[in-house]
Design a protein around this ligand. Sequence first.
Ligand code: PLP
Length: 361
Amino acid sequence: MAYRDRVLMGPGPCNVSPEVSAALAAPLLGHLDPEFLHVLDETCSRLRQVFQTTNPLTLPLSATGSGGMEAAFVNLVRPGDPVVVGINGLFGERMAEVASRHGADVVRVEAPWGEPLDPQRLLDAHRAPKVIAVVHAETSTGVRNDVEPLGRSKGDAVLLVDCVTSLGGVEVDVDGWGVDVAYSGSQKCLGVPPGLAPITVSPEGRRRLVQRPTSWYFDLDLIARYVEGDGGGRTYHHTAPVAMVMALHAGLGLLLDEGLAQVWQRHLDAGRALQQGLEELGLELVGPPSHRLPQLTVVRVPDGVDSAAVRRQLLERYGIEIGAGAGPWASTVWRIGCMGPSAASRHVALLLAALGEVLGR
Ligand code: PLP
């Protein structure tokens, strides 16, 4: 089957809209061309709307989601700083690893994979942490962690939230929840190819950034001087990936035209229909219903079924991509995304019919 027919229902990337493809293919502008800088400014303003924040320091980092994570920690943490990290999946584990590589004194607060974290345990884990870090939507398990209670009671801690899989799929309310630093990735519910990491920093978070962090490339202060200007104009920092910023600009434009509430509802409808259909096929879903993500469903591979063979047949026969499990769950679950333009009832119907046929159910 020709690659252009792929239905992307893995944990990301998702399918992109024709408008985003057109933006990628548009004649290239220089990275300091006034027209491009206008698009960049608009992209930052659109990101503020999607993150639901007024934070001036809001921009697309030239990096994938992991780069957003690295940038957050390298700008927040000095060796020896106590950092509480919530861990109930692969990406919480990655946060702990990145924080410890930057010298943080990591306090691990764990929940079993497939269960949400208890916010109170995170709040009680250390008397005065510099940072409390949590993954909002854990992509390895399809489970949402509650952020709002952390913002309410964080005290002097900087609240850092990984929104890679949540932004544009479920509500993210940076200002309303008291989040200080949040980063995401372009390839999930924003419906854009991988390569950019939107990030936002509150005024208080900005005040707490370390001076001259050990990474030059991810120094948020230097990047802000290029993206925001510093009163005397913009200072070159690096060559922005112009085509990707154009694509993100287009993807965010579509999302905002549809309306945030409508976009969340579309993800919810697609995710619910998918989860109901999987249960009707006799499959077992991971996570409590109250904290199951609509945009990323994790479902157990039935006993005796070869996980990789099923994925291969879906891809070869129907052009549908779903994800394997991550880490210790590599061959015991499938991860099925309904993200961005892939959160559509026709995708769900196609996958359920194809999976039913492949499984003989
Ligand atoms: N955080 C979460 C929750 C993710 O799901 C991912 C990727 O799937 C990342 C971080 C890392 O993002 P990337 O693969 O774009 O580097």
